[in-house]
Design a protein around this ligand. Structure first.
Ligand code: ATP
Ligand code: MG
Length: 435
């Protein structure tokens, strides 16, 4: 039979891959909490118009990357290509647009885009993201960026990652800039890619983000927004940079950053690295002042970013270690019964335990070693008869013989401490008396 394979552009996360992924999410979640972000989970699919109306017709995502389909009821739904639109939709749907603003939201989960798969680019990929909803102040931009930077630091991947920032200005700045860009690109129209010729009419700023090599050459000499900023937009940008300095976040300006989605204004930024080949953007975002209105809510100026978990995982130096269980190894059927009592008592004390379902002593020890067990608890015939157990340190090869109800202290000597259990009991308000 032909072996099934995962769909092109999707990956299974197993072993070290999963642990890398999980370490990114756990770290990001903890740091985001330090900045006051609460976690939300929104559906993985939405009505298609949640994305089509908001991300922009000329964005790559809407024009060619969405996984959209008609469901059995005839409704058009789309697997979310990004997280921000869903979060904004949720703010509106749940009637949260009026109170407790700004609202600071963290999310993590899978996203779907029909792209050409390559290293660091998948069709199902995963993002973490932070959004500050309902804050017009430049301090919000700086704080959400500082949180992102802090996450990169905590993951120990900030080395070689650079924050590039730009401003897309306010509406009058953009209108003036747009006119200047149209004039410039019109003069080079025949040399532009077909995609960019379409963008020229619809959204010329989009051309700045083109990945076409020919376009990039033309973009290199295009006018920048700096000369077209209104005094207000320039002051906003200056304030963001001032606050970033205060937060200790290093940055550099890149006037070419426009971001891949159409909803941004004012601040746009990317954390980039050359350690990932062509897929060098690890975290990206900006200010989006019109998005919540597009969802039928009131004006809710917001700012946020998203980061690719796969790309961050690749940057992690050391994969986080797998948990090491304790293996309980009985010799003979009678000992196995007693071993089950021990297994379950240890698990109730918060110790991760493996017991093989079958096999002789040798086979069971082999399994313990394959699982990288930290210790084996061996119950042989004489141990069974005398109510004893042998606790073997599998790293050192040393062993002690102790009464069966005293294996916990012996395990503690090896560094196994039942921490999970203590935390659980504390949470339940039943913590046993500690120092
Ligand atoms: P790119 O320019 O790489 O296509 P983008 O502008 O489309 O990125 P965003 O929509 O801003 O990306 O998404 C934020 C982050 O999510 C990216 O910086 C990247 O780390 C990650 N990302 C985006 N698309 C993919 C993908 N197909 N596979 C893996 N990660 C992705
Ligand atoms: Mg893209």
């Amino acid at each position: 039979m032909e072996k099934f394979q995962p769909v092109r552009g999707t990956r299974d996360l197993i072993g070290e891959d999963f642990r890398r992924h999980q370490a990114v999410v756990d770290t990001a979640r903890q740091i985001a909490a330090l900045y006051g972000f609460e976690e939300w989970a929104t559906p993985i699919f939405e009505e298609t118009r949640v994305f089509s109306r908001t991300l922009g017709d000329t964005s790559d995502v809407v024009s060619k990357e969405m996984y959209s389909f008609e469901d059995r009821g005839g409704d058009s739904v789309t697997l979310r290509p990004e997280g921000t639109a869903g979060v904004c939709r949720a703010l509106v749907s749940n009637g949260l647009t009026q109170s407790n603003l700004p609202r600071k939201v963290f999310y993590a989960g899978p996203m779907f885009r029909y792209e050409r798969p390559q290293k660091g680019r998948y069709r199902q990929f995963h993002q973490i993201g932070c959004e500050v909803l309902g804050a017009a102040e430049p301090l919000a931009d700086a704080e959400v960026i500082a949180c992102g930077y802090h996450i990169l630091k905590a993951l120990d991947v900030a080395e070689g990652v650079v924050l590039e920032i730009n401003t897309l200005g306010d509406t009058p700045s953009r209108d003036a800039y747009r006119a200047a860009l149209i004039e410039y690109f019109k003069a080079h129209a025949e040399a532009l890619s077909m995609d960019s010729q379409v963008r020229l009419d619809k959204n010329p700023m989009r051309i700045l983000d083109s990945k076409d090599e020919g376009d990039k050459k033309i973009v290199a000499s295009a006018p920048t927004i700096a000369e077209h900023l209104t005094p207000e937009a320039a002051a906003f940008y200056a304030a963001v940079k001032k606050h970033l300095d205060r937060f200790g976040v290093p940055w550099r300006e890149n006037p070419r950053i426009v971001r891949g989605l159409d909803y941004y204004s004012h601040t746009a930024f990317e954390f980039i690295t050359d350690r990932l080949g062509a897929q060098g953007t690890v975290m990206a975002g900006g200010r989006y002042n019109g998005l919540v209105e597009e969802m039928g809510g009131p004006a809710t100026p917001s700012v946020g970013w998203a980061a690719g978990i796969e790309r961050l995982s690749m940057l992690l130096e050391e994969p986080p270690a797998a948990d090491r269980p304790v293996a309980v190894v009985p010799m003979g059927a009678e000992a196995e019964d007693a071993a089950l009592d021990m297994v379950q008592a240890l698990r109730l004390s918060g110790v991760a335990v493996d017991i093989a379902y079958k096999g002789n002593f040798k086979k069971r020890l082999e399994r313990a070693n394959k699982l990288n067990a930290i210790a084996a608890i061996i119950i042989g015939e004489s141990e069974l008869a005398e109510g004893m157990a042998v606790v073997k340190n599998l790293d050192a090869g040393t062993q002690v013989r102790v009464p069966a109800d005293e294996v916990m202290p012996a395990l503690a000597e090896i560094g196994v401490d039942g921490a999970v259990f203590d935390e659980l009991m504390d949470d339940m308000g039943e913590g046993d008396e500690e120092e």
